[in-house]
Design a protein around this ligand. Structure first.
Ligand SMILES: Cc1cc2nc3c(=O)[nH]c(=O)nc-3n(C[C@H](O)[C@H](O)[C@H](O)COP(=O)(O)OP(=O)(O)OC[C@H]3O[C@@H](n4cnc5c(N)ncnc54)[C@H](O)[C@@H]3O)c2cc1C
Ligand code: SF4
Length: 488
């Protein structure tokens, strides 16, 4: 090991420069400047190269982090990039939007020893951004034609990762999506200030260049039926995500000015993409905005609201800061940008003037004993209610699957008790983690949020890769049994 590494004692963690809050709320651009090459190498050199790389276990893709940090620290940037992309089909996306403080960086040994984690995500982003600039990103590898044709329903990260792997296996791939653009939540959910859209578009183009067929504006279960798709292809992967928003059940919720998070975020992303704004598209400009929820979607809503020019933006969450599901970095960024948080507060009623929202009545909560999930359950504090004024209330309470058996008119598709598609990992040992596998229909697989439940992009990528491998095994097994039947 050269003298470029183990600098964690003498060198502090320094993520790329974050633009000042008052400047960044003026636009929808990403909030951090890019790393310079020397800064990225210097930060990679903080890695302690520990014998047991816990960071790797903290990464759902099991990225070979210590090796690419070492190569980056030693100035072998191209090699570092190649190591990183060997396990991750979208390293520059993960580097930007993984909640590293809950994944790889949380597990980093020098974080545990109090020195502050290596800025793993920022180095990963830097390496792949540089690879795109320098022309190191190779076209998708396409294997010798297998003769099989696979359908993927859903062009989100799970579907795109599966497509890339299936190209390598030589299968022809068609991706159907009900949207007009490729990327799923990477395009219409996650805001630009976390992930600029050209990053996703160039990944989509790389798949088009490899021969993947995209059928957009194709709502499967609508004009094109699920049976049509099954009839056209040898195998099908369902990667449709989860889009059924959990609803707020309080009086007044049907009033004008109460909107669902995805409607708000999709409209904002369409604005950024240059689409004409629909007359009824929700917008925060000049409004007093309340966002209800404490996850990443709620954080995206509050930060979008600030950028759209809201007069005030308040986030209402029923637990406290320590128990918030959203990334701590996102909460900190939102606070810097002027978002006010009402912790331990839960909606009681939407207040109205005529048909329109005028405010929200909230109850003050406290944390009681842990519930079945092990988390402290919020309970109402008697007499602690308060009112807030509002013109726009955005509900961001999480998502459930949209009932795939009904969506696809396929009642034989089995669900788990959580409403996700029940899958059995094909050809994998019992106990294999369920995020991808074959559904109750032979040859129909599922991956990503629709099988795992609302999760993260990095898990969707892993599930997509895993599903592609299982489909490949299933096709091979089917071909073999057909050959045996012919020769018998
Ligand atoms: C607002 C928001 C912010 C998030 N921020 C982060 C973050 O910062 N970091 C992170 O890691 N994760 C984040 N997530 C979670 C992450 O986006 C998802 O876990 C991930 O996108 C799931 O990937 P997927 O491919 O399973 O589904 P999706 O990305 O949801 O893609 C599913 C695709 O299927 C299509 N589809 C659905 N039904 C049909 C149909 N019947 N016919 C045809 N097409 C269909 C949809 O149009 C969509 O394009 C966020 C989620 C949301 C909602
Ligand atoms: S993919 Fe996500 S979890 Fe894995 S190393 Fe990159 S940033 Fe960390």
């Amino acid at each position: 090991m050269g003298d470029h590494l183990l600098k964690f004692v003498s060198r502090d963690p320094e993520p790329p420069h974050k633009r000042p809050a008052d400047a960044r709320v003026q636009d929808f651009n990403e909030i951090r400047d890019p790393f310079s090459v020397p800064a990225a190498s210097s930060q990679a050199g903080r890695c302690s190269q520990c014998g047991v790389p816990f960071c790797q276990s903290g990464c759902p893709l099991r990225n070979n982090i210590p090796d690419w940090l070492q190569a980056a620290a030693e100035g072998r940037a191209r090699e570092a990039y190649e190591l990183s992309e060997a396990t991750n089909p979208m390293p520059e996306v993960c580097g930007r939007i993984c909640p590293q403080d809950r994944l790889c960086e949380a597990a980093c040994v020098i974080e545990q020893s109090g020195h502050g984690a290596v800025t793993i995500g920022a180095v990963e982003k830097h390496l792949t951004d540089r690879a795109w600039r320098e022309g190191w990103v190779k076209p998708v590898s396409v294997g010798p034609a297998s003769g099989f044709n696979v359908a993927i329903i859903g062009a989100g990260p799970a579907g795109l990762a599966a497509a890339e792997r299936m190209c390598a296996r030589g299968h022809a791939v068609t991706i159907y999506d009900r949207h007009d653009r490729i990327g799923g939540l990477l395009i219409y959910g996650i805001p630009n200030f976390k992930l600029e859209k050209h990053i996703v578009e160039r990944r989509a183009q790389r798949l088009i260049d490899a021969g993947v067929t995209f059928e957009l504006n194709a709502d499967i279960g609508g004009e094109t039926t699920f049976d049509d798709v099954r009839a056209r292809h040898d195998a099908v992967l369902i990667a449709v995500g989860v889009y059924d928003p959990r609803t707020l059940r309080v009086p007044g919720v049907g009033s004008q000015g109460v909107v669902k998070a995805m409607n708000f975020l999709t409209a904002a992303n369409r604005d950024g993409l240059g689409d004409e704004r629909a007359p009824d598209a929700p917008h925060a400009e000049g409004k007093r905005v309340i966002v209800i929820g404490g996850g990443d979607t709620a954080m995206d809503c509050v930060r979008t609201s600030v950028r759209q020019g809201a007069v005030s933006t308040t986030c209402l969450y029923r637990r406290d800061r320590a128990n918030m599901p959203g990334s701590a970095h996102e909460v900190a960024a939102a606070e810097e940008e002027g978002v006010r948080f009402e912790w331990l507060a839960s909606p009681k009623a939407v207040l109205t003037r005529g048909d329109e929202v005028s405010g929200l009545r909230a109850a003050r909560m406290r944390l009681g004993p842990p519930d079945a999930s092990g988390r402290q359950a919020p309970e109402e504090t008697p007499g602690g209610g308060f009112d807030l004024e509002a013109d726009l209330i955005i509900t961001a309470l999480g998502f459930d699957p949209e009932d795939p058996p009904t969506m696809f008119d396929a009642p034989v598709l089995e669900l788990t008790p959580r409403g996700t598609l029940a899958v059995t990992p094909f050809g994998r040992p019992a106990g294999f983690e369920i995020g991808a596998g074959m559904t109750s229909i032979d040859g129909v697989f599922a991956a990503g949020d629709v099988a795992r439940g609302a999760s993260l992009v990095v898990w969707a990528l892993r599930d997509g890769l895993e599903a592609a491998d299982q489909i490949d095994d299933w096709l091979a097994a089917r071909a073999q049994s057909q050959a045996e039947a012919v020769s018998a």
